[in-house]
Design a protein around this ligand. Structure first.
Ligand code: SAH
Ligand code: SF4
Length: 426
């Protein structure tokens, strides 16, 4: 979601004549689109801001901007400005679409600006988007979150759930398809809550069916969907809509029902396993990926072992693993039984090892198979090769001519690597 927000900010700046550059020293404006979900992302921002002091001294006209949800935390904008007075603009995530106006003001008036709206003011439609890919695109369908998981800061900094009108979503996707996009990922903190409060009534399964009818679109993905809200209707829609890829990201967070309850996740280990069973019955080839938090307050060795065992039982296709980070203002942060750092790290390493072992095994199963790949562009590590993804979201590297970028090709997997596959176009 943060990436999609950055694409919008970049689109807005393009609209007033700026261009993207990767060279810090050459830029006229440097923007940090921050995230406060975990503390280490915040620490990185501080590091970068400190390092820019010297550049700002050399280039006084450089405009430094900090925006994103980190700025939505109480007292944060003043604290950051005090620590880094060379910042020119601080804006919150609800009003980052006003950046062109703030930039003009700084250029004409010269004073720094702190403007952070403390509440969402509806949905702003029609913002220009400077997309990082010409092949696949993110399309936000809803903003905010009402779930209040006890560790999570998102509901406090992103506001309550609000859904975009289906027509706006469909029109945006049709426009993308007319520009050659083949794949879209529908985004929301909990896409299953899509549609609440909209008239006429629509839910996420209904939206998927409508998006599936868009001619020329090849692939649909979505992220993320809360396990407690995955209905049978949604599973049927996923299975029946041929454009919906055989991949689902369902954040587990913990394998211990005791911890899940403390997290306020509203499902148990057994219910999660039941969900996996249903998904696999409806879509035998579905790849299931997840998010896991290690070291939630009060997590015992037994709780952790339950997480390890569910990871092995489900055999996730991949997992984003996080060490619990205390977020001020969330109920879990006040918990007295915080897990010591060394134990968190030790459990984290054991978890990553288990996840990677399964990933290697799952990747190996692809060897010799023929898969459909959407060609995205040059490989990250070897520009002479191309890369793309299977419908199950596996990364495939292969030789090919650049004019197949944006096309769906068939590839035979010749070798599985730890985190990707090597293939040959057939
Ligand atoms: N709405 C999404 C999650 C968005 S945040 C969902 O529920 O599926 C992305 C991930 O960050 C979460 O799934 C969780 O695993 C992790 N996360 C959130 N708060 C965290 C915290 N305080 N410490 C560590 N990880 C956290
Ligand atoms: Fe955070 Fe839970 Fe909302 Fe996801 S569903 S954004 S983890 S509060």
């Amino acid at each position: 979601m943060n990436e999609e927000d950055s694409e919008k900010i970049s689109g807005l700046l393009k609209g007033i004549g700026y261009e993207r550059t990767k060279i810090k020293e050459e830029s006229d404006i440097i923007i940090f689109n921050t995230c406060c979900v975990r503390e280490n992302a915040e620490q990185k921002v501080y590091g970068h801001l400190g390092a820019l002091k010297a550049l700002k001294r050399k280039k006084p006209n450089l405009i430094i901007v900090v925006t994103g949800c980190m700025m939505q935390q109480d007292g944060m904008p003043d604290k950051v400005m005090k620590k880094f007075p060379h910042i020119d603009i601080i804006a919150g995530s609800y009003n980052s679409y006003k950046l062109p106006e703030y930039i003009e003001r700084v250029k004409t008036e010269g004073n720094s600006i702190i403007e952070v709206w403390n509440k969402e003011k509806g949905i702003v439609e029609g913002l220009p988007v400077d997309r990082m890919s010409d092949v696949k695109a993110f399309v936000t369908i809803m903003y905010g979150c009402n779930n209040f998981c006890s560790y999570c800061i998102v509901p406090y900094v992103r506001g309550r759930e609000r859904s975009r009108e289906p027509e706006n979503i469909i029109n945006e996707i049709k426009d993308l398809v007319s520009k050659g996009y083949k794949e879209i990922t529908l985004l929301g903190q909990n896409v299953n809550s899509y549609g609440k409060g909209l008239e006429p009534e629509i839910n996420f399964a209904g939206l998927l069916r409508r998006v599936n009818k868009i001619e020329g679109l090849e692939r649909i993905r979505f992220m993320t969907s809360h396990p407690k809200d995955v209905s049978d209707e949604l599973i049927s829609a996923m299975a029946e809509c041929e454009k919906v890829c055989e991949h689902g990201h369902f954040a587990l967070q913990s394998g211990s029902s005791r911890i899940l309850e403390k997290m306020n996740r509203k499902y148990t280990r057994e219910q999660y396993l039941e969900l996996v069973k249903k998904l696999r019955m409806a879509m035998p080839n579905i790849a299931i990926t997840t998010d896991i938090i290690i070291g939630f307050p009060g997590e015992t060795e037994e709780d952790f072992e339950e997480t390890l065992s569910i990871v092995k039982e489900v055999e996730f296709d991949s997992a984003f693993t996080f060490i619990y980070s205390q977020r001020e203002g969330t109920p879990a942060a006040k918990h007295e039984e915080q897990v010591p750092e060394n134990i968190k790290h030790e459990r984290f390493n054991r978890l990553v090892e288990a996840v990677n072992e399964i990933l290697a095994k799952k990747n190996k199963e692809y060897e010799g198979k023929i898969v459909e790949v959407l060609v995205e562009g040059p490989s990250k590590n070897d520009e002479t090769k191309l890369m793309g993804r299977t419908r199950t979201s596996k990364l495939v590297n292969f030789q090919g001519s650049p004019d197949i970028v944006g096309k769906l090709v068939k590839a035979k997997i010749t070798k599985a690597q730890s985190f990707s596959l090597i293939g040959e176009i057939i």
